[in-house]
Design a protein around this ligand. Structure first.
Ligand code: GLP
Length: 242
């Protein structure tokens, strides 16, 4: 695991975008695995700026998102489908048909959709997977206890995760109880992985990631088994390592 400590969220976002942009320049038809949450927002803003400045194009880029809440419409402002359009897709030249977000809206057959997503993922290879990390070590929505062999599935969110994500909703009752997520096995098949960790609220998480052992109790620890992982950490998140 390559660890890069940067000053703050701005620096993290610039470096995150540079790494993704160089992947796109190296292979303009690359496949990216994308993440949501607060951690990648600045990275997406920098990528949009690079696109506007003519430095990169998403014309032939394909994307697969990690996860989606179950039971809310794609038009819901907190759906990850909406998030991706709002923060990236609507502002660059990516083709809608080249973007993929798990489908977990009301009325869908969720288990069937999860199987379809795994089948799609198995037809492709993700060149670079972007990841955030939950305070409890979750990646995507793979909560503690998820087997490392897991493929895309529907997960019951922990109370901790629902509390952490409450800030985006009007009340805890509105936070979905379930989500569909790429499994750990899907994530680990990416050729390279870029994880972004920012803020004091992730300081203990960073200690667990960097000093803990590989265990399903802390899903992100599986990244120690991957040959090409870069973790960008800002000083606030790294503060308990000193
Ligand atoms: C959510 C997402 C994760 C994300 C995590 C951390 O639960 N499913 O993919 O990494 O939150 O989010 P944040 O970056 O807002 O701390």
């Amino acid at each position: 695991m390559k660890i890069v400590v940067v000053k703050n969220y701005d620096e993290l976002s610039k470096l995150g975008a540079e790494i993704i942009a160089s992947k796109i320049k190296e292979n303009p038809a690359c496949t990216l695995g994308l993440a949501t949450g607060s951690s990648p927002i600045g990275t997406y803003q920098n990528l949009v700026r690079m696109y506007e400045d003519g430095k990169i194009s998403f014309k032939d880029v394909k994307t697969y998102n990690l996860d989606e809440y179950c039971g809310i419409e794609r038009t819901h402002p907190q759906s990850y489908y909406y998030f991706m359009h709002d923060n990236l897709f609507n502002h660059v030249d990516i083709k809608e048909e080249n973007t993929h977000v798990p489908y977990a809206a009301p009325g869908g057959n969720l288990d069937e959709e999860a199987k379809k997503y795994t089948a799609e993922l198995n037809k492709t290879t993700i060149d670079l997977q972007l990841l955030g990390i939950g305070a409890n070590g979750h990646i995507g929505f793979n909560e503690p206890g998820t087997p490392f062999e897991q493929e895309t599935f529907v997960v019951t969110l922990t109370d901790k995760t629902r509390q952490d994500n409450k800030r985006f909703f009007n009340s805890i009752d509105e936070v979905p109880t379930h989500a569909m997520t790429m499994g750990i096995a899907n994530i680990m098949r990416a050729k390279s992985i870029l994880m972004l960790i920012s803020g004091t609220n992730k300081a203990d998480t960073v200690v667990n990631l960097l000093k803990g052992k590989v265990t399903t109790d802390f899903p992100a620890s599986v990244l120690n088994n991957h040959p090409d992982v870069t973790v960008i950490i800002d000083e606030a998140a790294y503060s308990k390592m000193n």
